[in-house]
Design a protein around this ligand. Structure first.
Ligand SMILES: Nc1ncnc2c1ncn2[C@@H]1O[C@H](COP(=O)(O)OP(=O)(O)OP(=O)(O)O)[C@@H](O)[C@H]1O
Length: 694
């Protein structure tokens, strides 16, 4: 380990094979975050007082289910110079129980309630690394990134929510005792016990299926559990249950279990509460299951989703709804709903038509999310689980569209696959065919498509018997199809055939849900929890406060304001790509996206929309540094502590940024790396900035 440490200090990279892969990744993250292995870490001090009380309040359920399990485990390990820890999803310690002697020792390295053991602050450690890697693991002695934690041996296992998000971590820390494999087994079993008891009590109005390969395994911590709505839509499950049935978290709220298992829900319910039953999976494997019916409740109206509830957040289980009128979890359309009323209107219209054969024509500018919307309609309708086949008519060369759509017989044309092809239309059989940019379909093919739509039969190119097809049709275009009809570029009869109902999706600049939509997109790029994590415990010192005004978005407030004002000609696609680039340019230790994470052309385009900045130079270095200095958490923290703050009369942005840089360099005694880290910019930017000022 000493050699690995030396190598890291000298080369800045982890020595290959020195550590288990997960720990090696973690060491590298810790190094990249700017943590010095011989430092005392970057803790911002413990969360205390009312803030700590609120933290406990937010995690009340997890605590309630974890405490008895921790007490039980502690009784098994008492006297072994160790402790059990429960941390939240951000690695902040909430509850500990352990031997007095060891608790005292642990206090000395801040292993105590209220302290964060996030990797960013403490480097590789079992709690923070189990959260980052989403897996149970051990970190023993010198494997800890900070040398001062080398006396600890820790085993930690994440506790997952029913939708696969990390809810918290259970850790066993101690001296040599905790380094043994059984400590990891204990931590893992504790996490499974917490998940299972939480899951059982959390969904009283849902159907619960308990599973195990052996009947005797039911009701043990090893059992799998999945939860369904009374209509059979998957709500979630424990990791074991999801694994046994080959489900992924992406299936939650969209998959009907009977489509996957070929078991009727009614039949499953009929077996509820009886002795364990055999359940055969599609591959022939046999499991034992016990089905629990929802508990009867008084009828109450279905709760509605809050309009600005972040769309990709797992919806909470319905509370207070009856098993008969119970609403299922939000479907795919509801999960795309980030609160804009124009978009919601389109979704309402589409939803009414999903159970009818009426073809939808989705209109809207390029990049507004027409295909995303069509896919969500499909996933929310009766054909969910069947194929969704999207064809971009503008992207396929005209000469190939016919073969691509209708398929071809073996050897139908030069360059064709020898075995022939069924064509995309037949691939959509049973599901949905989505024709994007339908306005670009060549007129001759429009005639063939019309015939398929009328006859519901496809005849492959080069001959062969026609094959019957059954699909729902959705089309989309950003072009004015009625104009194309008027000047003869699009067949009128086909236009009427595809336009059973036309709905229009709003351009991004017309939407009122910018923040919620951006958060949804960021979640996709930052990974589960991280987009919200920047908010931290809302009142934790430092990070959360630095983003005041930005709501839940980990974006510097002035940048967020500019993003909101921008007119987004490329719509959601453009926003998505800007956020993706910014996430990629963000250094691992940077909690917020700032101006410095934008490409030059984007920064320039945004600034053209900024009333007060129109005259500033385009080069932008000064601007991004100033922005970083005023919005980066560390800088803001310093400002709050009484250090220099830019005032309105301090000069141009370029001067401001130079002053910030100079003062930061003074504070850190000229250490460029440290200054760059504090300002949230790269060392190269610091040097460039110094050069441009001289
Ligand atoms: N609701 C959404 N949540 C997250 N990302 C979205 C959403 N809607 C659209 N996007 C992003 O925007 C991109 C473009 O969406 P989509 O392809 O559906 O737009 P479109 O209107 O069909 O575009 P075009 O007219 O160019 O075919 C997607 O790849 C995705 O990255």
């Amino acid at each position: 380990m000493q050699q690995a440490r030396r190598h890291l200090l000298e080369q800045g990279v982890v020595l290959p094979s020195a550590l288990d892969d997960r720990l090696a990744r973690s060491w590298q993250r810790s190094w990249n975050a700017g943590l010095a292995p011989d430092s005392r870490g970057e803790g911002q001090g413990p969360v205390t007082g009312p803030s700590f009380a609120r933290l406990l309040q937010r995690n009340a359920q997890l605590l309630a289910f974890a405490r008895p399990v921790m007490d039980f485990i502690y009784r098994q390990v008492r006297g072994h110079h160790s402790m059990l820890v429960l941390a939240d999803a951000h690695s902040t310690l909430m509850h500990t129980v352990g031997d007095d002697g060891f608790l005292d020792q642990a206090q000395r390295v801040a292993l105590r309630c209220g302290e964060s053991w996030h990797e960013r602050e403490r480097g590789t450690n079992a709690i923070g690394t189990a959260v980052a890697e989403r897996t149970a693991l051990q970190v023993r002695a010198g494997e800890h990134y900070l040398a001062q934690n080398g006396f600890l041996h820790c085993s930690a296992a994440p506790v997952f929510t029913a939708q696969g998000e990390v809810a918290g971590v259970i850790d066993i820390s101690g001296d040599a005792f905790a380094s043994q494999p059984h400590a990891l087994v204990l931590a893992n079993s504790a996490a499974r016990m917490v998940e299972n008891s939480w899951l059982k009590s959390r969904y009283p109005e849902h159907v619960r299926i308990h599973l195990h390969p052996q009947a005797e395994g039911l009701d043990t911590p090893a059992e799998g559990i999945v939860v369904l709505t009374t209509e059979g839509v998957l709500v979630g499950g424990n990791p074991e249950g999801m694994r046994m049935l080959g489900l992924s978290t992406g299936d939650c709220f969209s998959l009907r279990l009977e489509d996957r298992l070929q078991h009727r829900l009614a039949k499953l319910l009929a077996q509820a509460g009886k002795l364990p039953q055999a359940l055969y999976l599609p591959d022939g494997e046999r499991l034992h299951m016990r089905v629990h019916r929802p508990e009867p409740r008084v009828l109450r109206p279905a709760p509605r989703a809050r309009p600005n509830q972040p769309a990709s957040a797992p919806s909470r289980p319905a509370t207070g709804a009856s098993p008969v009128a119970a609403p299922e979890g939000p479907d795919a359309l509801a999960r795309c709903d980030t609160g804009d009323s124009l978009w919601q209107r389109a979704a309402r219209q589409a939803r009414r038509l999903l159970h009818t054969p009426v073809p939808l024509l989705i209109l809207g500018e390029s990049g507004v999310g027409k295909e995303v919307f069509a896919r969500a309609c499909h996933d929310s309708g009766p054909r969910a689980g069947q194929p969704f086949v999207a064809i971009n008519c503008a992207a396929i060369p005209e000469s190939l569209i016919e073969a691509e759509l209708f398929g071809y017989a073996p050897g139908a044309y030069t360059g064709a696959q020898r075995s022939g092809s069924p064509g995309r239309i037949r691939e959509a059989d049973g599901g949905t065919l989505f024709l994007d940019e339908i306005g670009h379909m060549p007129v001759l093919l429009q005639t063939r498509l019309l015939r398929v739509l009328q006859e519901r039969q496809v005849t492959p190119l080069g001959g062969g018997p026609p094959a019957g097809v059954d699909f729902a049709l959705m089309s989309a275009t950003h072009a004015a199809l009625d104009e194309a009809v008027a000047d003869g570029r699009f067949r009128r009869d086909l236009y009427y055939r595809i336009n059973g109902f036309a709905l229009r999706l709003p351009a991004l600049r017309e939407r009122s849900d910018f923040d919620a939509l951006a958060l949804r997109i960021l979640r996709g790029f930052m990974g589960p929890g991280e987009a919200d994590e920047a908010q931290g415990p809302a009142d934790a010192p430092g990070a959360g406060k630095a983003c005041e005004g930005a709501g839940a978005l980990p974006v510097a407030p002035d940048l967020l304001a500019a993003l909101r004002r921008y007119d987004w000609p490329g719509n959601v696609r453009q926003l998505s790509s800007v956020l993706q680039t910014a996430c990629a340019l963000r250094e691992p230790h940077e909690a917020f996206i700032g101006w410095q994470h934008l490409a030059d052309d984007v920064r320039e385009a945004l600034r053209r929309h900024e009333p007060g900045l129109a005259g500033a130079g385009v080069e932008g270095v000064g601007y991004d540094t100033a922005a970083a200095a005023t919005t980066h958490p560390v800088a803001k923290e310093r400002a709050a502590a009484g250090a220099w703050q830019p005032g309105p009369d301090t000069g141009s942005l370029k001067q401001l940024s130079h002053q910030v840089l100079q003062r930061t360099l003074q504070t850190v005694n000229g250490n460029v790396s440290e200054a760059a880290r504090r300002l949230g910019i790269s060392r190269q930017t610091v040097y460039r900035r110094l050069r441009s000022a001289s």
